[in-house]
Write a protein that binds this ligand. Sequence first.
Ligand SMILES: Cc1cc2nc3c(=O)[nH]c(=O)nc-3n(C[C@H](O)[C@H](O)[C@H](O)COP(=O)(O)OP(=O)(O)OC[C@H]3O[C@@H](n4cnc5c(N)ncnc54)[C@H](O)[C@@H]3O)c2cc1C
Length: 515
Amino acid sequence: MQASTQIADGPVTAQASQWAVEDGRAAESFDVLIVGAGLSGIGAACHLQRECPSKTFAILEARQVMGGTWDLFRYPGVRSDSDMYTLGYRFRPWQQPRAIVDGPSILKYIRETAREYGIDRKVRFGYGVTHASWSSALGRWSVDATAPDGTTVHFTTKFLFMCSGYYDYDEGHMPGWPGMDRFHGRIVHPQQWPEDLDYEGKRIVVIGSGATAVTLAPALAESAAHVTMLQRSPTYIVARPSKDKIANWLRPWIGARLAYSFARWKNVLFGIYFYNLARRKPQETKQGILRLAQKELPPGYDVSTHLSPRYNPWDQRLCLIPDADLFSAIRLGKVSIVTDDIETFTEKGLRLKSGEELEADILVTATGLKLKLLGGMQVCVDGVPANIARTLSYKGLMYSDIPNLASTFGYINASWTLKADLIAEYVCRLLNYMDEQGYDICAPRRRDSSIVEEPALNFTSGYIKRASNILPKQGSRKPWRLRQNYALDLLDLRFGKIDDGTLEFSSLEKPAHAV
Ligand SMILES: Cc1cc2nc3c(=O)[nH]c(=O)nc-3n(C[C@H](O)[C@H](O)[C@H](O)COP(=O)(O)OP(=O)(O)OC[C@H]3O[C@@H](n4cnc5c(N)ncnc54)[C@H](O)[C@@H]3O)c2cc1C
């Protein structure tokens, strides 16, 4: 089976990774290699171990610890804004009374899951994958990783399962502002929160309006003199209880597993209902969100300036605040929101376009993430460098014309793990199907020329717009369509036909399976 050159990024100028077996280098071999030991990678490994017990596998993790996001981010108050009934794994019930929890609790859950399933022993820490090169003749990937001692180590695998997250671990997004070097205080990015930062009694300005800013502001305000959340434009902010009373009440009666399942479905269905409502009736939903916020804020608070975005609900991700913590801090006068543009940094803080000056001891740039796909790994298919941005996403987990590779990308309108779990289940079904049928190779093929290409994510958020040149496309119809809907994906990924006419199968002995 020859890979089409549609994925090629211009002429072949660089051989991303030479084929290890052909040039005689020693390479350790696995049936499946998982890249990344975060929430997705640990979950994927648990699925693989349970559903494909005969497969050999390992996890390559660039960092020295597992947990990914939930270990990297250390800023005060770091937490999920999804509930743990949907951010937790389907196979391992969340049993704590709080449903919206801090980062360390999520990290503990990931680590405990890995220990319970023996996955911690499968992780090679400190191995950053740099290149993967597919050989159709051998039906294998050759994978290069930088080992902890800086040397390049080679692996081969029949199937590559990327669970490397979606953003750059080295640095966050940092727009440049005039005069930044003039500021005499400290400038901090939440992705690199300094352990020694003493903010007690300090005046802090948090620049940003996304999930990180709304998390940080009330947490910092607990000991800071005052926190100002400076936003160019507002975001929808919705308060939600941090505890799920129904799940907590049910647990002693029906047991942890059933209560978990019930709460998970309750939250999934509510999420789907709310998302569709917001799409169908944006004005009513917007007014509803603003009314709820107004109730929690001091009388006369200028909701229309500070909390009423220019876009419709769910054109970008909503920000959830547990127990209305941000609104309480505003009520108590510890946090204020300013909606304005920065003209320049000054020695003492910021001058805004309106002419207002904000004095600060610390400036926190909660300006978001830099998206990075496949952990920055370069991909070659039969010697041709692949450009993911020129592929179509197949079911949101494989890429057109890239064989034996799946990657995890969660929902943008629901918990990441809902999709991560489904993707891992599907990969296990796919591997088992290929074993039963005697196939070695599978690749999604785009045969229908009437499929129209669209951006993979129709969100207007800055970080998605900034990444439009690296993201794959989606197609106008199944199986190339990304639906951002757990119930529909569940039917398709858990029960749908594997051999759907788009996925092409072949074995090393037999020619490609014509469908
Ligand atoms: C502050 C913050 C809050 C969030 N809150 C929520 C939330 O409430 N709900 C929600 O659904 N989502 C949330 N997300 C999204 C979140 O990232 C996902 O929920 C989830 O943690 C992603 O898990 P992951 O394992 O796919 O990726 P990550 O957590 O990013 O883990 C990826 C792992 O892969 C490793 N890796 C990357 N590249 C390579 C490479 N080349 N070689 C080897 N290893 C590599 C990394 O070191 C890392 O350990 C949040 C994200 C952030 C940043």
